[in-house]
Write a protein that binds this ligand. Structure first.
Ligand SMILES: Nc1ncnc2c1ncn2[C@@H]1O[C@H](COP(=O)(O)OP(=O)(O)OP(=O)(O)O)[C@@H](O)[C@H]1O
Ligand SMILES: O=P(O)(O)OC[C@H]1O[C@H](OP(=O)(O)OP(=O)(O)O)[C@H](O)[C@@H]1O
Length: 207
């Protein structure tokens, strides 16, 4: 049988995902986060692992380059990728929030929003009927309201430390985030048994 291709997000969720894969019996002996290698096979050649940027995982899966992806809900929502979301791995827990210096900013007629997630941000404010201009940043988003580049941010909060240390407060909670398993729609139709078998194994250790 051909291995299933799995796109694994590089970054802070890599370790917990690999631990989970180990728990269900998949071991990637030559895997090393510091190597420059991007493709790895488990010892039984059942899984071909593509080690890619978290933000790109939904794209690999939507295009069918990977049958399955394991990635944060934040990146799934932002991508708008047409994939099936099959399983919550209950790791990488955090939440999407709107944050700013104070509540008064919400009274502004036109808001400038800085975010690593411009699409999530724009959709949220559009639903609220609030006019916004969105500025896409790639990190350290909390800086934007401090220096007057934006009124608010849409970002991820876990402990709240980054907001606190920058004098920002949560103005609105949007959505709970955690690592999810997604599948390509065509792969799920053609490799149903293999993919369902894989998901079933994960479900058993998650219970
Ligand atoms: N502070 C956090 N606490 C818990 N989970 C987080 C936190 N920040 C991000 N995550 C989750 O972990 C995933 C990976 O985060 P990470 O910062 O490693 O990747 P990234 O956003 O692609 O980083 P970079 O752009 O710096 O490469 C995010 O997509 C999100 O689901
Ligand atoms: O609530 P906290 O526990 O403080 O975590 C939240 C922070 O973590 C993430 O940033 P990351 O560390 O990925 O850095 P970045 O600014 O480069 O995105 C996120 O964008 C927040 O800035």
């Amino acid at each position: 049988m051909h291995p299933i291709t799995l796109a694994l997000a590089k970054g802070r969720t890599t370790d917990s995902t690999l631990r989970l894969l180990n728990k269900v019996g998949y071991f990637f002996e030559d895997f090393d986060e510091n190597s420059r290698k991007l493709v790895f096979f488990d010892v039984n050649q059942e899984i071909k692992l593509l080690f890619v940027k978290a933000v790109d995982v939904p794209t690999y899966v939507e295009k069918g380059a990977a049958d399955i992806g394991i990635v944060g809900k934040d990146n799934i929502l932002e991508s708008g990728a047409d994939v099936y979301e099959m399983l919550d791995l209950h790791e990488g827990k955090c939440k999407f929030v709107v944050a700013g210096k104070n509540r008064e900013t919400f009274a502004l007629k036109n808001l400038t929003v800085a975010s690593k997630y411009p699409s999530v941000a724009a959709n949220f404010f559009q639903k609220q009927g609030i006019n916004t201009e969105t500025i896409k940043l790639n990190g350290s988003v909390e800086l934007a309201p401090l220096i007057g580049m934006a009124d608010v941010i849409v970002d991820i909060v876990e402990t709240g430390r980054t907001l606190r240390e920058n004098g920002l407060v949560i103005l609105e909670e949007l959505e709970e985030i955690s690592t999810r398993l997604i599948t390509n729609k065509a792969s799920f139709a053609t490799k149903t048994e293999q993919i369902e078998g894989f998901i079933h194994k994960l479900q058993q250790v998650l219970e």
